[in-house]
Design a protein around this ligand. Structure first.
Ligand code: SF4
Length: 412
C-alpha cells in the first residue's frame, strides 16, 4: 500500500463509506458536555450526513477504517478482486480526526465501518479500540455507530456495545440463496447468530438497568442492519418478509434498504444497471407502514403486483385500491387502526382526527385543515358532509391518483 497522508486516506475512505446507508443517530441516550466535562454531546434528533471529500454538508464522520478486504463479495467495490486505490487508517488517526472534526463543529459523531483485514477479530478489535479510546481516554460524548463484523468473537461485539450508541450487522441480501451466490464467504447462519447475541445483550442490559441504575449502558440506540436491493432476484414481497423477520426476531431499530449501484469492474454475475431509486423509496414507505401504521407484512405484500411494489403510487394507496371493500371509511366513527389505513392520512393527522371528533363531527373542510392535500383522501373517506361516489366505479381512480412521472436522478 502506497504511503498516503491522512487527507488522502480520508478522501478514499470517506468515499468508500458512501454505500453504507445506516447512519441515523436518533433514539440514543442523551449525553452532554455542558459544564466542561468531556467532549461532545448527542442530540435527540436524527443526523444522517457524512463528510465527503468535495466538502458537502456533514454531521457524522462516516468512514471506513480500511477499504482493503480479504473477502470477495461480488456487489462490493472494496472486494479483494476490485481494482480500487486502497487505504487504511490507524486507530489513532480515526480518533484524532473525530476529535478534530468535532471541535471544529463539523460533526456530531462517528460512523465507522471497515473491510476485513487480517481476520474478523483483528478488524473488530481495531474498531473497538477506536471507540474505547474516544470514550475512555478522551471522554467523547458524541454519537458512535460501529458497523460490526459478524464473524468476530462475541466478546468483541459485547465490548463494542459498551462504547457505541448503535451497532449494526449487515444482513447484506434478502435471501440466503442471494447471499450464497453473491457473498460466498459470508455465512447467513453466523450473521443471524451475531444478531441474536446482540439482541440478547441489549435486552439483558435493559433489564439490568431497571434494577441497577449504575449498570453501564449497552448500545442504547440498539442494532440496525442493511439490505442491498436489486443485486439479486429477490422481489419486494420477499424483501418485506425478510425485514419483518429482522424486526420481530432481532428487535432491529431500523432496516435500511440500499439500492444496488453498479460498480467499476463489476462481477459478471451482477445486473448491469441499478434498480430505480424510487424502488428503494417505496420499500422505505412500506417499512414505515409496518413500523408505524400497524400494517402486517401480508398487507404490505398485498399492495404488490407480482411481488413488486408499484413505482408510480405509494404502497398505502396501492393497498387501498386493492381493498376497495374496506372503503370509504367514516372518519367520524372508524377505529384508529382503520383511520391509519386511509391514503394521505398520517399518524399525526389521525391523532388530530381522534382528538377533534371527541368534540364534534368532522366535515371535509376540517379534514382539509389537518392534512396537506385533500385530493388523495376524498375517494376514501366519508365525512359529515361528504360521501364519495367515484370509488364505486373506480376503474379510472388509480389514474387520477398517479402523479406525472419525473426523471430520477442518480445519487452516485
Ligand atoms: S466483507 Fe464487506 S467490505 Fe469485504 S467484500 Fe464483503 S461487503 Fe465488501
Amino acid at each position: 500500500m502506497a504511503h498516503l497522508d491522512t487527507r488522502e486516506k480520508l478522501a478514499i475512505l470517506a468515499d468508500a463509506a458512501k454505500y453504507d446507508a445506516s447512519c441515523a443517530s436518533s433514539g440514543t441516550a442523551k449525553r452532554s458536555s455542558v459544564g466542561g466535562k468531556g467532549v461532545g454531546s448527542t442530540e435527540g434528533m436524527g443526523i444522517c450526513h457524512s463528510y465527503a471529500p468535495d466538502g458537502r454538508c456533514i454531521s457524522l464522520l462516516k468512514i471506513l477504517l480500511t477499504n482493503s478486504c480479504i473477502f470477495d463479495c461480488h456487489y462490493c467495490i472494496n472486494r479483494r478482486s476490485s481494482n480500487v486505490r486502497r487505504a487504511r487508517f490507524t486507530v489513532d488517526e480515526v480518533v484524532r480526526l473525530t476529535l478534530a472534526f468535532y471541535k471544529r463543529n463539523y460533526i456530531e459523531g462517528l460512523f465507522l465501518s471497515s473491510g476485513i483485514i487480517g481476520s474478523s477479530d483483528h478488524t473488530m478489535e481495531a474498531m473497538v479500540r477506536v471507540a474505547r479510546t474516544l470514550r475512555l481516554e478522551h471522554d467523547f460524548r458524541g454519537y458512535i455507530h460501529l458497523k460490526t463484523i459478524p464473524d468476530a468473537a462475541p466478546e468483541l461485539l459485547e465490548e463494542a456495545g459498551l462504547y457505541a450508541d448503535r451497532l449494526s450487522i449487515n444482513i447484506e441480501l434478502p435471501t440466503e440463496t442471494g447471499l450464497a451466490r453473491l457473498a460466498p464467504e459470508k455465512n447467513g447462519v453466523r450473521i443471524r447468530g451475531a444478531m441474536t447475541g446482540l439482541k440478547t445483550a441489549i435486552d439483558d442490559n435493559k433489564d439490568a438497568r431497571k434494577h441497577y441504575r449504575s449498570a453501564p449502558k449497552f448500545a442504547p440506540a440498539g442494532q440496525s442492519t442493511q439490505m442491498i436491493v436489486g443485486a439479486d432476484g429477490a422481489d419486494d414481497s420477499a424483501i418485506m418478509g425478510t425485514a419483518q423477520g429482522l424486526y420481530g426476531r432481532f428487535g432491529m431499530r431500523r432496516v435500511y434498504y440500499s439500492a444496488f449501484s453498479p460498480i467499476p469492474d463489476a462481477s459478471a454475475v451482477l445486473p448491469l444497471v441499478s434498480p430505480p431509486l424510487i424502488r428503494e423509496h417505496r420499500l422505505y414507505q412500506a417499512d414505515w407502514l409496518m413500523r408505524f401504521y400497524g400494517f402486517g407484512v401480508a398487507e404490505v405484500q398485498d399492495a404488490t403486483d407480482a411481488g413488486h411494489l408499484p413505482l408510480d403510487i405509494d404502497p398505502k394507496t396501492a393497498w387501498a385500491l386493492k381493498q376497495r371493500g374496506q372503503f370509504p371509511v367514516d372518519i367520524n366513527r372508524a377505529p384508529r387502526e382503520m383511520l391509519l389505513r386511509i391514503p394521505g392520512l398520517g399518524v399525526k393527522s389521525v391523532n388530530a382526527v381522534l382528538r377533534v371528533r371527541r368534540q364534534r363531527r368532522l366535515d371535509l373542510a376540517d379534514l382539509g385543515r389537518l392534512v396537506r392535500g385533500i385530493d388523495k383522501l376524498r375517494p376514501f373517506v366519508i365525512a359529515a358532509d361528504w360521501r364519495p361516489v367515484a370509488l364505486a366505479d373506480a376503474g379510472g381512480l388509480r389514474a387520477t391518483l398517479v402523479k406525472p412521472e419525473r426523471a430520477q436522478l442518480e445519487l452516485f
